[in-house]
Every structure is written in structure tokens, then in C-alpha cells.
Ligand binder design. Structure first.
Ligand code: SAM
Length: 348
């Protein structure tokens, strides 16, 4: 069948592309990390994520089948992606998540990670590990039950903690992520940081990011520097910053707590962005490539895939989209993006 997506005939075979030049964007940044949203659906309704205006689209069932996810990921990995994170919505709402992991893991030499709210992790952790999952980031914005319920609109803290324990027992690398909203959970910063005093876990605090309909306000925004100050004052100790590691380990600044097995970190998307070192792209559960979380129009890969575009043709669409990848997201210029999609749709 003749393709609807022609590309120049001199395109290289996929493996050659990976070996030769890797995947670069228009500014020469190496793109090695892909975040894949596998569903828009979620079993929590976190106040900072789920729109309260009703103006956004409804969460749709996953558009991409398991095979489509794996096939598109394979195109990315052939181009130079070395690490994949599955996210959502809530990825554990997909019953076939284990088979997705199993399909992707060999493509990235086992570097498949998951971001989850952890509600269903207790009964899935072992199977996911056996399927080839390497690590899991669990979103946990509160260490106290009532605060957790207020933020997520569900009484689920005990289940998340059980999920964390199961993940560690299964041999998964685990990290905790907490979004901080002044007026909602700044009183949880120190209780969450204290988890690192007794457990060998990284607790990372994320600045609250704005998008259309998520209720962001300057008064709720707490910059990373203030979060760090709160931790130091609360724990009564100086934090020691670790040397920066490759961005594949994530954009967090990580700090040791003297004498503690765990660490704390901050992700300062707004106050000190890391766009100049950006190495990531995103694929939504509807099969659209987002070159930048807050910028760039999505590029549809699913329809071409369903219309029998070849591997090389899909690779060409990806490379083309990356030529256009923004140098920095609009927030660096003090603008607040009016995303047409929520974080629950793009995958965070
Ligand atoms: N359901 C999964 C979870 O809870 O981790 C994965 C999807 S969630 C959209 C991915 C990440 O985005 C979570 O760590 C969440 O806290 C973060 N996130 C969502 N909205 C955010 C916002 N407005 N600002 C900062 N982080 C946000």
C-alpha cells in the first residue's frame, strides 16, 4: 500500500540512526527520555491536577492499544531514546500495564519506570517487576491521612503506603514525589521529609505548575528555595547538595540529610527551569507527540501508525517535530501557559 506519509528516500535504517547520531532537537539537545501516558483516566482527583471548571475535556479511555504503545516506543528507541517512563492519568488503571512493560523493557535495556499514585501498587508491584519494570515514582503529597484526603479527594493514604512497601519488597527502585501548594500542604513538607530520616528513599518536592483550569494562583505557589528552607528549619539541620547527575536521573536537585539513609530533592520547574538541558519528549495516550510539556502543538503519530506508516516514516515525523521543540517553556518568560490539555492528559 502506498504511504500517506512520504519521507526522503535517504533515511537511514532505524538501528543505524541510533548508533550514528542519536535523537537531537533543533537546538542540538540530545533527546534520550520518553514519557508515555497510557491512559487519561485516574482514580484520584487531586486538587492541583484535575480541573474544577468543567471546561476541559473528559478523560477518555486509552486510545492506544498495548501493541500501538509498544510499536511507537520502538520507533523512539530506534532513534536514541534510552529511558521510558509510563504515566497517565493513573497507569495502574490499565489492566494490560504489565504486558506493556514487558514489550518495552527489552527496547531500553530494562530502563522502564512508572509514575503512579500507588493506590493499586500493593497487588501489582511484583508482577510489574517480573515484567521488567525497574523503578517507580509514587506521588504522595501528604504524610497525614486527613491532608491526603483533602488533596486527593480520597481516603487512600494507607493503600499508598502499602503500595510503597510492596514496591520495595518487589525490588523496585522507589522515589516519592510531592507537589507543594501553599495553603494546602506546606504543613506536610516536614512530615514527608522525615520519611527520609528512617527509610532509604528520595522524597522530592515539585513546584506547583499552572495550566488552564487547575486553579493555580501566585499565592499558592511555593518556590523550591522556600521548600528547602522549610525542610532545614523543620529538621534542624543543614542539607548537603549532591553533585548534579545526568538529566536521565531527572531534573531534581538532590540533598543529603546528615546521618539519614534517605534524601530530599526539589524540582524547580518554574523558579529555576532546566529547559537548556531538556532531554525529554512526551507521548499522550491518544498517540500524540508533545515536544514540550507547555509548548509546541502536539503531533499525531497514532493516525499515521493506523494508516500503515512505516517505521522510517514515523521516525521522520518524530525528527520533524523535534526540530520545532521550543528552547524553553513559556513560563520562563513569565507567561502562564493556557494548556489545552491537563497534566492528567499529557502525563506530567
Ligand atoms: N497518576 C500518576 C501519579 O499520580 O503520579 C501519574 C500521572 S500525574 C499527572 C504525574 C505527576 O504530575 C505527578 O507526580 C503529579 O503530582 C504531577 N502533577 C500533576 N499536576 C501538577 C501540577 N499542576 N504541578 C506540578 N506537578 C503536577
Amino acid at each position: 500500500m502506498e504511504s500517506a506519509f512520504p519521507i526522503p528516500s535517504q533515511s537511514q535504517p532505524p538501528r543505524m540512526l541510533r548508533l550514528k547520531d542519536g535523537l537531537k532537537d533543533g537546538l542540538g539537545r540530545a533527546i534520550t527520555y520518553l514519557r508515555v501516558s497510557v491512559t487519561e483516566q485516574c482514580n484520584l482527583a487531586c486538587v492541583y491536577c484535575k480541573p474544577r471548571t468543567g471546561a476541559m475535556e473528559r478523560a477518555e479511555p486509552p486510545a492506544m492499544s498495548r501493541d500501538e504503545v509498544v510499536r511507537l516506543v520502538r520507533v523512539f528507541t530506534s532513534l536514541g531514546i534510552r529511558k521510558v517512563r509510563l504515566t497517565g492519568g493513573e497507569p495502574l488503571m490499565r489492566r494490560d500495564l504489565e504486558t506493556i512493560v514487558a514489550g518495552i523493557s527489552p527496547e531500553v535495556e530494562g530502563r522502564v519506570h512508572l509514575t503512579t499514585n500507588g493506590l493499586q501498587l500493593a497487588r501489582r508491584a511484583r508482577g510489574l517487576r517480573e515484567a521488567g519494570l525497574l523503578g517507580v515514582n509514587v506521588s504522595l503529597d501528604a504524610a497525614e491521612r486527613s491532608s491526603f484526603e483533602r488533596l486527593t479527594r480520597k481516603d487512600g493514604l494507607a493503600r499508598v503506603l502499602a503500595g510503597l512497601e510492596a514496591a520495595r519488597d518487589a525490588g523496585l527502585k522507589t522515589k516519592l514525589n510531592a507537589v507543594v501548594l501553599r495553603g494546602w500542604n506546606e504543613d506536610q513538607i516536614v512530615p514527608l521529609a522525615r520519611l527520609a530520616l528512617t527509610e532509604a528513599v528520595q522524597v522530592r518536592f515539585i513546584e506547583f505548575m499552572p495550566y488552564q483550569g487547575n486553579g493555580w494562583g501566585r499565592e499558592q505557589f511555593m518556590p523550591a528555595a522556600e521548600i528547602l528552607g522549610t525542610i532545614q528549619a523543620g529538621l534542624g539541620t543543614e542539607l548537603e547538595e549532591e553533585p548534579a547527575v545526568g538529566l536521565e536521573e531527572g531534573p531534581a536537585r538532590i540533598f543529603r540529610i546528615p546521618g539519614a539513609p534517605g534524601k530530599v530533592g526539589v524540582i524547580s520547574t518554574l523558579s529555576a527551569d532546566f529547559c537548556d538541558r531538556c532531554n525529554r519528549v512526551r507521548l499522550t495516550s491518544r498517540g500524540q507527540l508533545k515536544a514540550c510539556l507547555f509548548g509546541n502543538q502536539p503531533v499525531d503519530l497514532l493516525e499515521p501508525l493506523r494508516n500503515h506508516a512505516s517505521h522510517e516514516e514515523l521516525a521522520h515525523l518524530i525528527r520533524q517535530a523535534l526540530v520545532e521543540k521550543l528552547d524553553c517553556h513559556p513560563m520562563r518568560q513569565g507567561q502562564f501557559p493556557q494548556l489545552d490539555k491537563g497534566m492528567w492528559q499529557v502525563g506530567g
